[in-house]
Design a protein around this ligand. Structure first.
Ligand SMILES: Cc1cc2nc3c(=O)[nH]c(=O)nc-3n(C[C@H](O)[C@H](O)[C@H](O)COP(=O)(O)OP(=O)(O)OC[C@H]3O[C@@H](n4cnc5c(N)ncnc54)[C@H](O)[C@@H]3O)c2cc1C
Length: 426
């Protein structure tokens, strides 16, 4: 994307094309202007357009340019935070409400994929959270207990069953989440855009919003040579924020995360690795993830940016890790590599903000944005369409809390991941 092969890597090569869009050049009128064409903005646009609103989505670069087109494709349920900690962080009302919403959010994603026939390689095979050592196993046992107490379809698997499902004996246990699965993320976000356009939304790309000015009771957004005058504004720029709402960026520390994809594996090899096609990630602090795509490419990822000194270190780590986990792969060739930025909040809980009358935003998904972004986008649409009151939204409105030492924290993530990858055994 934008002539950078390391921005969207494999997903760019295998996703169906985006719907035809162009820059905003005229002065438009809309009920709702949405800034950012990722999961959040496009889910909001789709649900708003289906509800009869006139919607204009304005994207700085291309559809899925941010995290939505670069991620691993794990459609997870819930948050990073342990379930019992969520009500402690958000209070009992919002805590239980968001656990319920995000527990069901993968189903929303897969239902949208089905309803709009989105070509994004959906696999509803669950995900495996893999325990590294006894500490990881204890963490997963507690996570399983807390989810099961809420009736969630999760199962704790022992080391043997984990080995049978993954094809490696590396892990002490795993948590199988039947609610979850995998998708081709750029295919999904492009499909959301296509569905939103079919429902009547207008989508403009190559149009960074530079200003948002009050005009009577409305807001005028200016981008390039055009503008949109709207009653409501949805700010869905998250970790890739530029333009008139820099507060969003100021609240997030950006964690770099890369992925490397092998060539398609032979069917014999593929049968020995993830025969059930679950998506996986582990319990380490510098975590790693792996999954298959539809053509049986194995996609392995971890913390780090593929640039500068990091590129060679992370590539070497990926090769060494695959050799240890799956020696049967031999000298498998790599076909694509890419990386992006994950927006992390101080407490790993997403944020709901209002930047002025009828200007709303969700952000800070901490590496869990496919299902939450889709669910929060729908929640924004429901609120704007008058179906859900502000007090019934999934998160409480909170003021922006700017984080200090952001550049230093971001550098710490990268340096920490390089040190971990230089010395890693699993
Ligand atoms: C490498 C990586 C791996 C990940 N893995 C997973 C995973 O496996 N599972 C999961 O659930 N989540 C994962 N995530 C997180 C997930 O991808 C994000 O949380 C999600 O994509 C956020 O969606 P969004 O729509 O809120 O923002 P984004 O997709 O980032 O979209 C924001 C958009 O706003 C645009 N924009 C910014 N400023 C302006 C402006 N001024 N004017 C117009 N447009 C603007 C940007 O160009 C961008 O396209 C991962 C993220 C990364 C980077």
């Amino acid at each position: 994307m934008l002539n950078d092969p390391r921005s969207h890597g494999l997903w760019e090569r295998t996703a169906p094309p985006a719907p035809a869009t162009g820059p905003l050049e005229a002065a438009l009128r809309a009920d709702v202007a949405v800034i950012g064409a990722g999961f959040t903005g496009l889910s909001a646009a789709l649900h708003l357009a289906e509800g009869g609103a006139r919607v204009a989505v304005i994207e700085a670069a291309e559809i899925g340019f941010g995290g939505s087109g670069r991620n691993v494709g794990l459609v997870n349920a819930g948050l990073w935070v342990m379930p019992d900690e969520v009500p402690r962080a958000l209070g009992p009302v919002h805590g239980e409400r968001i656990l319920q919403l995000l527990g069901e959010a993968p189903r929303l994603v897969f239902d949208l994929v089905e309803r709009h026939a989105i070509a994004c390689e959906p696999e509803r095979a669950g995900t495996l959270h893999l325990a590294v050592g006894a500490t990881g196993a204890r963490e997963l046992a507690e996570r399983a207990r807390q989810w099961q107490a809420r009736g969630a379809a999760v199962e704790l698997l022992d080391a043997d069953e984990t080995a049978r499902r993954t094809g490696t004996q590396t892990y002490a246990a795993s948590l199988l989440d039947h609610r979850a699965g995998t998708i081709q993320p750029l295919g999904y976000v492009r499909g959301l855009a296509r569905a939103a356009v079919a429902a009547g939304a207008e989508v403009f790309t190559g149009s960074p919003v530079a200003a948002c000015e009050r005009e009577g009771e409305r807001w005028r957004l200016r981008a390039g040579g055009g503008s949109v005058l709207a009653d409501w504004v949805v700010v869905a720029t998250n970790a890739y924020t530029s333009g008139p709402f820099p507060e969003i960026a100021g609240e997030l520390v950006r964690l770099p995360y890369f992925n490397i994809a092998t060539r398609p594996l032979s069917s014999n090899l593929a049968r020995s690795i993830l025969p059930g096609r679950e998506g996986c990630w582990d319990t380490k602090d510098i975590l790693s993830s792996f999954r298959l795509d539809r053509e049986n490419r194995l996609v392995i990822g971890s913390v780090g940016a593929l640039r500068g000194t990091g590129a060679a270190i992370h590539r070497r780590w990926a090769r060494g890790t695959l050799a240890r986990l799956f020696p049967q792969l031999g000298d498998v060739g790599f076909e694509a590599e890419w990386y992006g930025w994950i927006g992390m909040t101080a407490d790993a809980v997403p944020r709901f903000h209002r930047f002025g009358p009828r200007i709303l935003s969700f952000s800070g998904y901490n590496g869990r944005g496919i299902a939450p972004g889709t669910a929060f986008g729908r929640a924004l649409a429901d609120h704007i369409l008058g179906r859900v009151a502000e007090g019934d939204m999934p998160l409480p409105l909170t003021p922006v809390r700017t984080r200090g030492l952001r550049a230093a924290r971001e550098a710490y993530y990268e340096v920490g991941s390089q040190i971990a990858h230089l010395s890693s055994r699993v």
